[in-house]
Write a protein that binds this ligand. Sequence first.
Ligand code: GLU
Length: 501
Amino acid sequence: MASKVRVRFAPSPTGPLHIGGLRTALYNYLFAKKHDGDFILRIEDTDQNRFVPGAEQYIKDALQWCGITYDEGPEKDKGYGPYKQSERKPLYKQYADELIKKGKAYYAFDTPEVLDNHRKEHEAKGKTFIYNWHNREKLTNSLTLTEDQVNTKIKAGEPYVIRFKAPKEKILELNDVIRGTISIDTNILDDKVLFKSDGMPTYHLANIVDDHLMEITHVIRGEEWLPSLALHHLLYEAFDWTPPIFAHLPLILKPTGKGKLSKRDGEKGGFPIFPLSWNESLGYKEAGYFPEAVVNFLAMLGWNPGTEEEVFSLEQLIEKFSLDRVNKSGARFDPEKNKWYNQQHLQQKSIKELAGLFTTTLETKQIPAELSTTEKATQVVSLVKERASFVSDLWELSNYFFTTPTHYEEKAVKKQWKEQTPTLISQVKEVINNVEEFTSENIESAVKHWIKAQELSFGKVMPPLRLVIVGDMKGPHLFDIISFIGKTETNKRIDNALNNL
Ligand code: GLU
């Protein structure tokens, strides 16, 4: 590649960034970093009717959480700014004018009511109204009015738009890295509005002008922009500019594989659709996902490394990423697989890091200081890590280490708690209390010794003892737990059970 790769993520701040937008940002980022290029954030906020407060900040926060850092963007001007289209407003008019001068665009004065009538008339005949070569000569625009008439209208403040004059009878051969060559007959194109009477450019004009001025080399964006490719291509041609290379990413499909993934699918299926929470919608972050897991599953949604490998860090993804391994067809969103990615990334974390995160959980649960030490957290994490997919699972899998059971699993009680059990458990309590150095081995040997001496079976003592300590029949080696919670807590749990069962 001759010039330095420059790509951009160009969201419109019309709401929270959904997982599809985040994937577009990620692929741009991976591509830029792979080629030692620049990744630019540009805020496309020309449509003021759709502006949502907080959305721009949300986008920045989401990118930051994922570790997708931009080289240029708002507040990070490297000479191509401003990076918000609303702040570039004065710039666009001259480009619209340039196209008019070149005869590639024209003023149109048709009112919304007139256009609406045309639409309705066409509909009544089962046709669709398209403003283009076949009727532009009959409508109210600078192609049909004299220059004087046009100037008078503009001076009088009559609202107008500037429309692109789409060429007639031309077959365009358009290239897309992912889809190959696409042929488009320009006769089907409409004369798109480039500039509106409110003095704002439309998405199409602003997008092309900015990509040109910002020296964007590759446009990587969602498939929903594919229908705009012909117009964008024609605009580059009209300006005599070299177009960037285009890559349109496949859609993200519903878990069923049918249709585009929507916010409602997340609500129905109980899985996040946004990276961070937005109003009442839960985000991946708040649901307990690691950002590296989200990045990993997004990368794999529509791209593959060409091997069976699936678990990658951001750095590894940069190294492996290429546009020619992006699929053409839609990618099915699989919430269960996403959990699997989180589990994989959790397993890769060190006991030390997880213990740190787990200590925070213990603090919020207000676990007594002597039980919420780093040492205790480390011990427990080593025991349960393997079975955890989320940090919150660590607590689910180990809460009995930290809290006295408040209820006892019903089936287990029925099966284990017999008439002579309270007497036996009281005696075991004494045996345990006589152990001096309170290690798992010492307690185990004392208890087992006593069981044998009493000529009891293990089944009469061990399962009810577990029920007393854990509240259930689950958990690792019982004497590890008893040693962990200590003598006082063990006594408390035994007394509780004796009083309540
Ligand atoms: N502003 C457009 C969007 O919201 C950008 C499309 C493009 O990347 O060209 O997705």
